[in-house]
Design a protein around this ligand. Structure first.
Ligand code: ADP
Length: 361
């Protein structure tokens, strides 16, 4: 096997050649690689801290459940940072459901080995991407079913092996949903060289708030600075020109498209409404005040709301930046303002510490 790599013939619960228990845990019994792992010869190479020394700022993106837009946010954050001429790395550590390759149109790509380590896939000259799914060959439709120790081993290996070049300004780490062993592994690996903080992504409804509390407490426990909370999918917002008006027959449930009639009526009676007016509707119940209220209670920054924007969904599905052209007229300004707050907070902390990028829990 390659140094540090989990071999195909490893036992099911392989903790990975870098784990402290490598070659010594119960699950290693009978594994053909047991001796190499136990003696450390399977895990030569730089340690994660050595790799991370060339990374100036590290941002973790967390969410306590899936489907809230964590990967979408991580991707757009990376695009935005790259647009401002930073050297950026985006690392997808969602082992069981990596969606980043699809979101960036990178399906079927593999990480190439070089003398330095694994080389990220570059979507732009200054934006390199690595995803766990670039390293294994399961079909895209098959979820990776790995248990905790093996996932943690894979994450350590990943952090060790990827070569980010001489220098990158920002590493955005898209973590798996939840707060599990894998997150502890990530934090432990990155901590020595400083984590700027975590951004927690959530949706507005009350049930999601309990999850965010969990996320904030998790960060506090591990001494990770909370850069703030983002409320995503906060109200469906669309330019009037994108909205369809339907006349619904309640008895049969059938509907007729009356968009043309509605638009003609507005054009005749109030043409000014066709410019700059958006249709907005609350999708998730957030009468409790949503993430903003919760942030006040917990004493962490609220970074802002991103509307549920079909144009953003389309941009994400096509692997595009929402900042290209004027396509995402509703969500791009919201994302921009959130990202500016994140960067300002990181720079302020950096200035206060005299340029030292060490974590101050
Ligand atoms: P997670 O990483 O939390 O599982 P994703 O980022 O994969 O979530 O998002 C789930 C789906 O929701 C994707 O299809 C994505 O394009 C869409 N999506 C995320 N945020 C928004 C938004 N603000 N407006 C519209 N669609 C969104």
């Amino acid at each position: 096997m390659d140094k540090g790599e989990i071999p195909d013939n490893a036992n099911e619960h392989c903790p990975g050649p870098q784990a402290e228990t490598a070659g010594k845990s119960e699950s290693c019994a009978g594994c053909p690689n047991q001796q190499a792992c136990a003696t450390g010869t399977a895990s030569n190479g730089p340690d994660p801290a050595e790799r991370m020394a060339t990374v100036k700022h590290k941002i973790l993106v967390l969410s306590c459940k899936g489907g809230v837009g964590k990967s979408t946010f991580s991707t757009q954050l990376s695009f935005a940072l790259a647009r401002t001429d930073h050297q950026v790395g985006l690392m997808d550590l969602d082992i069981c459901g990596p969606s980043m390759p699809k979101m960036l149109g990178l399906e079927g790509h593999w990480l190439h080995h070089s003398n330095y380590g694994w080389i990220p896939v570059y979507v732009e000259q200054n934006l390199g991407v690595v995803s766990i799914s670039f390293t294994h060959s399961e079909s895209d439709d098959e979820p990776a079913i790995w248990r905790g120790p093996r996932k943690s081993g894979q994450i350590i290996q990943f952090l060790k092996e990827v070569y980010w070049g001489d220098h990158i300004d920002f590493l955005v780490v898209d973590t798996p949903p939840g707060t599990s062993d894998e997150h502890i592994t990530i934090v432990n690996c990155l901590k020595d060289t400083g984590i700027d903080g975590a951004i927690i992504v959530t949706t507005p409804q009350e049930v999601a708030m309990a999850d965010v509390r969990k996320g904030v407490n998790f960060c506090k426990k591990l001494g990770v600075n909370v850069l703030g909370v983002v409320e995503n999918m906060s109200g469906l917002t669309q330019p009037l020109s994108d909205v369809k008006f339907m006349k619904l027959t309640t008895e049969t449930g059938s509907s007729v498209d009356v968009t043309q009639d509605m638009i003609s009526c507005i054009r005749e009676n109030a043409p000014e409404l066709l410019d700059g007016v958006f249709a907005w509707s609350q999708v998730f119940e957030s009468s409790g005040g949503g993430a903003e209220r919760m942030c006040e209670e917990m004493g962490v920054p609220f970074l802002g709301k991103i509307p549920l924007d079909p144009q953003l969904c389309r941009a994400a599905e096509r692997g595009k930046s929402c900042f290209e052209g004027n396509k995402c007229s509703v969500s791009a300004p919201a994302l921009k303002s959130i990202i500016e707050k994140v960067v300002a907070s990181i720079k302020m902390k950096e200035d206060l510490s005299g340029g030292e990028n060490k974590e101050t829990p």
